[in-house]
Design a protein around this ligand. Structure first.
Ligand code: PLP
Length: 450
């Protein structure tokens, strides 16, 4: 084993970390994770941290879960990877069947890939080609929602709406239409979430009406916009979007990459409003945070337009080397088995209520402007001034500073600018959840009220 000093030096010399200002990284003491145990990540010095963001919103049952480990070990002794291009494999078939069974009615086909961005990229390409097959060749425009994040590949960025991440790539992107998000806390329309919702739906309807024959699909993160700040849509917004896509005959693509697999308290966020999309994307929690695996599910209506003789060239010419990888699929199957065996979605409901109630106490803090919560997602928006809702400028780096303070007290977090995200594994015990919330509360106090 290399010493911590050597690893730190090699990290800083060889690694390029995602979404990270490397100049700052070079100057920092870094945490090197060596092991995991339940909700804890353990660094090379043996220090334990609560995984307060489920390792970028992926972990479901804790680290090193016995059943998933066992399933993986068994599969490794059979085969770790073989291609799905022209051949099939056992876990991919079993997982496809399972996903069709547990996703909303009508989603009958599963296309595997390896991360959230590719799941979305595939959804866009399937929608595009679907309309070509239908003879509606001018339907090549996507509509997405302000503050949306759908990943980092060029297609996903083209429908992304976070300037901080996306603006610099503008000249590389294909055009798409953006519509307002019902971000009630910062809306200039009204203080009433229902009015904000209706105004946003009205704007969407105007777009769908005026560009009816150009629009391929509306793409949305259902109920919660994740990287945009954990923005929770008012009740009825998703239902309204779905109804409008139906009314104007366009497709609905739901990106459940962050929200899926129980994160919002239901298996899929779209279940909260009884919505069944034409295409659904899932990744992150699909393997309980173990391995990179993603899936894009579609209806037979879409899939069947791709059928034809080879020479008709209706094939979907898309695929990734590790599409349907056996280890990923086995981890996902073991993950879903735990959901069923432990009746997990029912079991976590009291915890969700406790989480929600405790988060309300964060309003007692001087700089907490908004608290947003659903399922096992919590977000605390820090503001310079509660009355005016004035934001902290990026120079203050308040989000980063609060997360650093939390780290000292034993929790790993990652902010979304000035919003502190609290998203532990679903398996967290109430005592551990209390511990995590105490740390976050104290960290905010320490940074902003000391
Ligand atoms: N879609 C949503 C809603 C996400 O939150 C993310 C990642 O955070 C992605 C897509 C991209 O997933 P990945 O990072 O696995 O490419």
């Amino acid at each position: 084993m290399s010493s911590k000093q050597a690893l730190t030096e090699w990290d800083k010399r060889y690694l390029w970390h995602p979404f990270t200002q490397m100049k700052e990284w070079f100057e920092e003491e870094i945490i090197i994770i060596e092991r995991g145990d339940g909700i804890y990540l353990i660094d090379i010095d043996g220090k334990h941290y609560i995984d307060g963001i489920s390792s970028m919103w992926t972990n479901v049952h804790g680290h090193r879960h016995q059943a998933i480990n066992d399933a993986l070990k068994t599969q490794i002794d059979k085969v770790s990877h073989s291609t799905l291009l022209g051949y099939s494999n056992v876990p991919a078939i079993q997982l496809a069947k399972k996903l069709v069974e547990i996703t909303p009615e009508g989603l009958n086909r599963v296309f595997f890939s390896d991360n959230g961005s590719t799941a979305v990229e595939i959804a866009l390409k399937i929608a595009h080609q679907f309309w070509q097959h239908q003879g509606e060749i001018h339907r090549d425009t996507f509509v997405s929602i302000d503050h949306a994040y759908h990943g980092d590949t060029i297609g996903a960025v083209s429908i992304g709406r976070i300037d901080l991440f996306h603006q610099i790539f503008q000249s590389l992107l294909f055009p798409s239409i953006s519509v307002s998000t019902p971000y009630a806390y910062r809306s200039t329309i009204s203080d009433d979430p229902a009015e904000v919702r209706d105004a946003c739906l009205h704007k969407l309807e105007r777009v769908l009406q005026s560009d009816a024959d150009k629009i391929s699909a509306v793409v949305a993160e259902p109920i919660v916009q994740g990287a945009g700040g954990m923005l929770i849509a008012p009740d009825g917004f998703l239902r309204g979007v779905a109804d409008l896509t139906q009314k104007y005959g366009t497709l609905l693509i739901l990106d459940e990459v962050m929200t899926g697999l129980g994160r919002t308290g239901r298996m899929w966020a779209c279940e909260h409003e009884n919505v069944a999309p034409d295409i659904l994307c899932t990744a992150k929690g699909l393997t309980a945070g173990y391995l990179p695996l993603a899936a894009t599910l579609t209806t037979n209506r879409i899939h069947d337009t791709f059928l034809g003789e080879y020479h008709e060239m209706k094939t979907f010419f898309h695929g990734h080397t590790f599409t349907g990888n056996q280890l990923g699929c086995v981890a996902a199957l073991a993950n879903l088995e735990i959901f069923e065996r432990e009746n997990l979605l029912e079991k976590i409901q009291p915890k969700i209520i406790h989480f929600k109630n405790r988060l309300q106490t964060f309003y007692n803090l001087k700089h907490v402007g908004d608290v947003r919560t659903i399922g096992m997602i919590g977000a605390v928006e820090l503001v310079q001034d509660k009355t005016t809702k004035a934001e902290f400028s990026s120079q203050h780096k308040v989000g980063i500073r609060v997360c650093k303070a939390a780290l000292k007290h034993g929790a790993i977090l990652r902010p979304l600018v000035n919003t502190i995200v609290i998203m532990p594994p679903l398996s967290i015990a109430i005592t551990e959840l209390n511990q995590l919330l105490d740390v976050v509360y104290a960290a905010i106090q320490e940074v902003l009220e000391a």
